[in-house]
Design a binder for this molecule. Structure first.
Ligand code: PLP
Length: 394
């Protein structure tokens, strides 16, 4: 079995499993309790907070633990909106290819009277910083742009965007769920005010993540209750999950140089191999992309059929986003980079893990070539294309 869907979730690392198991067995106290069991759990929590903060150049007090990336996105955007609303600033800038945790939160705010500008991400899947600057108005309260895209892997010019927002005195949030643990991120150097992250995307457990909020930014709690997380998020903390998240992040960062070098070689080998298939195109910039991300469109086939056949051959991949499976709508990300419906339907995302081998990459190339050829063999769309009835797009 070859698992090539690490953008959907990653397997927990041995270290993270060990840490979590030990915490489940031994550190089961409530961190709010004053006796020893509680205080031990509190120590785990605060050590994890300090480690995670250090990993992104933040201060421990700037980290709030959440149930994952979606919650962090919701809270970051909701908080910036409330700060804006209080000042009569109700304009938010984002992009059309954000994760739904961002887009649906923005849709909700739109219903509450906020005005949303979605910037073009162009054919290469990249935001142009000067276009961010041009979109900022007197009443802009937030710019929210993801660090790296979960479908096509493009890495945004976050530092340049951050500089512009700082200069213009506008809050800047980034959904860094695909970036943290995979590429270096510094909230100081990148001028980030709010950042979302999720443990299960870097070999930690599911259901836990964190939100970084620069000192002085008041977070609006999404969950009311006790005074946990300094009043920013009520509820007894997920101590084993948080401890395991910190262990997973530490390991990912330690191994990053080595993993990145290997992944870049594997990614580019895979891209070169798949590019030999006629009438296909790589989605997103070839260089400014995550080390493990490969995303293609193949003309004349259905991505869903491709996935099912690859699964039969022991290869687990995705058509782009887990959210579109089961629906006939093509991915909003592929539409945002200008792929037409027919082409967007024939998409394949392979997100590689650090343990992928050259042999496995070659097996993926062979299998995808075989499946694409066979699917095209009985595709009416492909027949129309090859007979000249319809023009090729790719
Ligand atoms: C996975 C993902 C999320 C959601 O994170 P959860 O922890 O699953 O809620 C948000 N944004 C991006 C870019 C993601 O890849």
């Amino acid at each position: 079995m070859i698992y090539a869907d690490n953008a959907a979730t990653t397997r927990m690392s041995e270290k993270a499993i060990q840490t979590m198991t030990t915490l489940l067995e031994e550190t089961w106290g409530n961190p709010s309790s004053l006796y020893e069991h509680g205080q031990k759990a509190k120590t785990v929590l605060e050590n994890a907070r300090a480690e995670i903060a250090a990993a992104i150049g933040a201060d421990a007090r700037e980290i709030t633990f959440t149930s994952g990336g979606s919650e962090a996105d919701n809270q970051a955007i909701r908080s910036a909106a409330e700060i804006g609303r209080a000042k009569g600033k109700m304009h938010i800038i984002s992009t059309a290819f954000e994760h739904h945790a961002v887009l649906h939160t923005l849709e909700r705010l739109k219903k509450e009277g906020f005005e949303i500008t979605l910037l073009d991400v162009h054919e290469n899947g990249l935001v142009v910083p000067s276009e961010v600057e041009a979109a900022i108005r007197e009443d802009t309260c937030l710019v929210t742009i993801m660090y790296a895209n979960n479908e096509i892997g493009t890495i945004q010019p976050i530092r340049e965007i951050g500089e512009i927002c700082r200069k213009k005195n506008v809050l800047f949030h980034t959904d860094a769920v695909q970036a943290i643990g995979h590429i270096p991120v510094s909230v100081i150097e990148d001028h980030i005010d709010l950042l979302s992250s999720s443990a299960h995307k870097f070999h930690g457990p599911k259901g836990v993540g964190f939100l970084y909020a620069k000192r002085g930014i008041r977070l609006t709690p999404l969950i009311e209750g006790g005074a946990q997380e300094r009043g920013r998020r009520a509820g007894t903390e997920n101590v084993p999950g948080i401890g395991a998240m910190a262990a997973a992040l530490k390991e990912s960062i330690e191994k990053m140089p080595e993993n990145t070098a290997h992944l870049l070689r594997m990614r580019d080998r895979l891209i070169a191999g798949l590019s030999e298939i006629p009438h296909c195109a790589l989605n997103g910039d070839a260089e400014k992309r995550l080390p493990g991300n490969v995303s293609f469109c193949f003309e004349g086939i259905e991505g869903e059929s491709l996935l099912l056949m690859l699964d039969d051959m022991g290869i687990q991949a995705s058509s782009g986003s887990a959210c579109t499976s089961g629906s006939l709508d093509p991915s909003h990300v592929l539409l945002a980079i200008g792929r037409v419906h027919d082409v967007a339907h024939g998409s394949l995302r392979l997100s590689l893990g650090e343990d992928i081998t050259e042999e496995q990459v070659d097996e993926i190339i062979r299998s995808v070539k075989e499946v694409v050829t066979s699917l095209r063999g009985f595709s009416p769309v492909w027949r129309d294309l090859t007979s000249g009835k319809k023009p090729f797009i790719l």
